[in-house]
Design a protein around this ligand. Structure first.
Ligand code: ADP
Length: 160
């Protein structure tokens, strides 16, 4: 059976940290669905379409990666898409505590889905979308924190 994993997140924006986890996970799974969560209550800097466009650009030559969006429970999205694995990245002890709670709740709700955690490489462990967003909003150069394929000048954020 095809091993399908979902990598959920807000990806506002997608960073080298996210990219690193996904590229490494390609040796574990046949297909990875990068699922951008739609949360009407959360104010995002980049629109949903822009975030999906950026991610698609990074993996345009990788047919085993699919970029999609979802609303509602992540485990429901996994079940509806035939994914038995939920992929997450871990940077710090704080990430671990957060992921442990979500992972255990997900396991209780959907016992057939396994969460798989990959530790980030040290050089990506300080990269975080909210800091990258702040650099961009303040006119700084954040290019070294996002995948090489993303040219930030091509994308406009929503000013607030
Ligand atoms: P969320 O809103 O779910 O936290 P994010 O877009 O911030 O979504 O992150 C999605 C996933 O990527 C999470 O598992 C997060 O821990 C992981 N992640 C974020 N930044 C990094 C990084 N620099 N290195 C490795 N994993 C990361």
């Amino acid at each position: 059976m095809k091993k399908v994993a979902v990598f959920p997140g807000s990806f506002d924006p997608f960073t080298r940290g996210h990219e690193g986890i996904i590229r490494r996970a390609l040796s574990l799974f046949d297909e990875i669905i990068i699922a951008v969560g739609v949360n009407a209550l959360k104010k995002n800097f980049y629109s949903l379409e822009t975030r999906k466009e950026m991610i698609s650009k990074v993996f345009e030559n990788e047919p085993r990666i699919i970029v999609d969006q979802y609303e509602g429970l992540t485990v429901d999205f996994c079940i509806n898409n035939g994914a038995a694995f939920l992929l997450r990245g871990l940077r710090t002890a704080a990430d671990f505590e957060f992921e442990r709670a979500i992972g255990q709740v997900n396991k209780a709700m959907a016992p057939g889905i396994e969460s798989v955690f990959l530790l980030t490489v040290p050089e990506h462990s300080f990269i975080n979308s909210s800091i990258v967003r702040d650099i961009i909003k303040n006119g700084g150069d954040a290019s070294r924190f996002v995948p090489a394929a993303i040219n930030l000048k091509d994308y406009k954020g929503i000013e607030d």
